[in-house]
Design a protein around this ligand. Structure first.
Ligand SMILES: Nc1ncnc2c1ncn2[C@@H]1O[C@H](COP(=O)(O)OP(=O)(O)OP(=O)(O)O)[C@@H](O)[C@H]1O
Length: 770
């Protein structure tokens, strides 16, 4: 910290002079780091190779597959452990390169409790000390930096690892620095001045999310720095910075637990791959590595190699029947999780379904025999140790069958049919000698049988003797005995029909998303597969699209992790009504004392007129405050004539282009998006159609189906065909809110014939009807 002998520096010129000095020192440090890099590189050429690998691995930071992601991260960790001065200097140089253009964004003057001496600190992306170890810049995550985000002027307290500290803040100054030049600076008595926010928010969107480090809001800071809660549940309006805050939180945690926590122990479940792409740069921008990122479907999908997950409802192409909705409701509840647990306990006594383990196409270890072994252990055996003992016994049986199997005719026939070369491959060494031809035959036959039986051994180890599909169907059959179907508005007959559908799906090697998690959970319960205890922090974004069952399952799979769940109950577009009870159901999974719920109510994404409009779409919605930012009222165009609408669309696109704002045209379904894209193509208007989540977000105009627009934002949004026909009822209210709230500066709505009744509740003053 600077001491009180320093000049107060109240003019921009004085600040610039000080900045120049800091920049110069960073420059010197850069040179020094470069010298030690060159030296070390000369000494240890081989390190180059490792570093090359590391860089290569860095490119694939998110992955579709947990194992790959984990192994990449583990490799990175190993490489990091082999740290040497060369790497250290390289890292330091990277930090300095980031700092030199924009060393800091804030200054604080304060007095420590009761001390007359004034302290001055500057806060930036990472810390920087001069050669006397004096801090010229403090990391934004350092304990002291917290007061910049939290406090007004005057007395404030902040948390340090040693407890609370209090200081008296006398000055809070914010800077906008570009390429080492102060573009503007202002003093504020607020937490983070709106002026600064306005400057930041006025910027145009890009296809990649940016970090919000300079303007983190007080309530967001609470989320970022929370280390106590086992469950941190954030309910935040659209655009209130939930995603931004958690990315900052990951960076904070990696800093706070540096040395004890690696990015491979942090997993983020995100809505889709497009979204992963969108946020990919934030952590590297903050100087940290990305965490493991995946979608829930990817997480469960990798464990179901023989089944394809189908989920017809998410894409809005086919509506769900009332009965299907009710069945889905029951299957996704927390109650169902408990029911499944009770069912699994019944299996300790009987009722397990087995499969033959086959050899040469015929049952070798029969299901009857396996069942006999499985239930031969006494009652004290629970499912997990029962399976271990069964495996052991089966292995034993398999081994004892090797000798009798060698005497079978298929073995002798096989050996007789082999030429010298083939026989050679069976020997331990090419010149292997035997006492007699009998001994040689014995050796070869054993070798052949052992190899041939390997798949059976693998089947035992991988527990292929369980018939999980039959077991799951059996469980579903038992459900009416374990749950009162009437409570869910279901009859026995309806349940039975649902069951038959699951069965038919299995025949097609398919499984419905609602069945996936109970199916896997049943598998885990039966096989005693424990969760992953090495994961420390799990983040779940867009929590409203998860079912309580899925969340309970994740908690079960990551028993040692602290959970941060973020979402907007107003944006529940896949789970709809059940989301209202989500919070109460989730809370049941965690210790009450270790649960914290934070509300973010202010929406930063959109201009005031857009936020006011989207807010009005909601009935009984969660609280939403606007951020004072001017802009046009949303405009709505309803026409009977398709051609007129299309012309309107083109005109709006051109007008947005003239204002240099990029537009996303959001349609309800993929089919509709394709039609719009085709029309634009015919008009020679360039636009990118986003068909799947595996695509990249391109610059320029996009056409995107609603379910892929989750979590993203665009300068301008055009909602295509928000007609009564397309969005007929209440079911779509949250969907309409979600897509409308993607707009930052401009929102336009087109509808054929008649606009959706969902907009009836919106006051005419909040938009312009064309
Ligand atoms: N403290 C902040 N300072 C500057 N910009 C912010 C801040 N908080 C949020 N924003 C901006 O507001 C926009 C919305 O943020 P974000 O996407 O994190 O919100 P969200 O709550 O996840 O939204 P949604 O639920 O609608 O997907 C982003 O452009 C983000 O950069």
């Amino acid at each position: 910290m600077a001491d009180s002998h320093e000049p107060i520096r109240n003019t921009q010129a004085a600040e610039q002079q000080y900045l120049d000095d800091v920049v110069q020192k960073i420059g010197q440090a850069q040179k020094k780091a470069q010298v030690s890099i060159d030296q070390a590189a000369n000494d240890e050429k081989s390190i180059n190779k490792h570093f090359g690998e590391e860089v290569k691995l860095n490119f694939g930071d998110y992955s579709t597959n947990l194992e790959t992601a984990l192994s990449i991260h583990q490799q990175q960790q190993m490489l990091a452990e082999r740290e040497n001065s060369w790497q250290q200097s390289t890292r330091r140089l990277n930090t300095l390169n980031r700092l030199i253009d924009n060393p800091y964004f804030a200054r604080l003057d304060f007095h420590e409790h009761g001390e007359p001496k004034r302290e001055t600190i500057y806060i930036g992306l990472s810390s920087f000390t001069d050669k006397n170890d004096k801090f010229l810049i403090y990391d934004w995550r350092a304990p002291i930096s917290s007061i910049y985000y939290d406090g007004k002027l005057g007395e404030v307290t902040y948390q340090t690892p040693d407890g609370e500290q209090s200081v008296n803040i006398t000055l809070k100054r914010q800077f906008l620095i570009k390429k080492g030049q102060i573009e503007s600076m202002f003093d504020t008595s607020e937490t983070i001045g709106d002026q600064m926010l306005l400057e930041v928010l006025g910027e145009k969107s890009s296809t990649q999310m940016k970090s919000i480090v300079t303007t983190i809001q007080k309530e967001q800071n609470k989320i970022i720095r929370n280390t106590k809660a086992d469950l941190l549940f954030v309910q935040g309006a659209a655009g209130s910075g939930k995603t931004s805050a958690i990315l900052q939180r990951v960076a904070y945690l990696l800093y706070r637990y540096r040395g004890n926590l690696t990015s491979s122990q942090v997993v983020m479940f995100s809505p889709n791959q497009l979204f992963n792409d969108y946020i990919e740069n934030v952590l590297p921008e903050l100087g940290e590595q990305n965490m493991v990122q995946m979608t829930y479907q990817q997480y469960v999908g990798r464990r179901l190699p023989n089944l394809t997950i189908v989920n017809p409802t998410t894409h809005f192409e086919t509506p769900q029947t009332e009965t299907a909705k009710k069945i889905s409701h029951l299957k996704t509840e927390l109650k169902f999780f408990k029911v499944l647990e009770s069912y699994s306990r019944l299996l300790e006594k009987g009722g397990m379904y087995f499969r033959d383990l086959k050899f040469q196409g015929k049952p070798y270890l029969t299901k009857e025999k396996i069942a006999e072994i499985y239930y031969s252990f006494n009652e004290n055996y629970h499912l997990a140790n029962r399976v271990d003992s069964t495996k052991e016994k089966l292995m034993h049986m398999l081994n004892s069958r090797i000798t009798p199997e060698t005497k079978k005719s298929w073995v002798s026939k096989l050996i007789e049919g082999m030429d010298k070369e083939q026989l050679q491959t069976l020997y331990d060494r090419p010149d292997q000698e035997f006492e007699s031809s009998d001994a040689e035959y014995k050796f070869l036959s054993r070798k052949i049988v052992t190899q041939a039986l390997k798949p059976v051994g693998k089947g035992i180890n991988r527990m292929r003797f369980f018939n999980i599909q039959a077991q799951y169907l059996h469980f579903l059959k038992q459900v009416p005995n374990l749950v009162k179907l009437a409570d869910y508005g279901l009859t026995l007959e309806q349940w039975q029909t649902g069951l038959e559908e699951v069965q038919a799906n299995f025949k097609n090697h398919e499984i419905n998303l609602d069945d996936v998690t109970p199916f896997l959970f049943l598998f885990d319960l039966i096989t005693g597969k424990n969760g992953d205890r090495s994961m420390r922090f799990i983040f779940i974004d867009e929590i409203q699209d998860y079912t309580p069952f899925q969340l309970a399952y994740l908690q079960n799979r990551f028993p040692k992790a602290k959970f941060t769940m973020l979402g907007d109950l107003n944006q529940a577009i896949f789970t709809r009504t059940e989301s209202r009870s989500l919070l109460s159901q989730v809370q049941k999974l965690f210790d009450r004392d270790k649960t914290e719920v934070v509300q973010l109510t202010r929406s930063y994404r959109s201009t005031k007129p857009i936020t006011e409009f989207t807010r009005a779409i909601l009935k009984n919605g969660q609280k939403i405050d606007t951020f004072e930012r001017e802009g046009d009222l949303p405009n709505v165009m309803v026409k009977n004539d398709e051609l007129a609408l299309q012309e309107g669309l083109l005109a709006q696109l051109k007008s947005n282009d003239e204002r240099k704002i990029t537009t996303a045209i959001i349609c309800k379904t993929k089919l509709e998006s394709e039609a719009v894209a085709k029309y634009l193509q015919l008009q020679d208007y360039p636009a990118t159609l986003i068909r799947s989540e595996n695509q990249r977000l391109a610059a320029g105009t996009l056409v995107i189906p609603a379910y892929l627009a989750k979590g993203l934002e665009f300068d301008a949004v055009i909602l295509w065909d928000l007609s009564a026909k397309n969005y007929p009822d209440e079911d779509d209210r949250q969907l309409v809110y979600t897509v409308a709230s993607r707009a930052m500066h401009r929102l336009t709505i087109f509808a054929k014939d008649q606009v959706t009744p969902i907009l009836d509740a919106v006051s005419k003053q909040l938009y312009v009807q064309e």
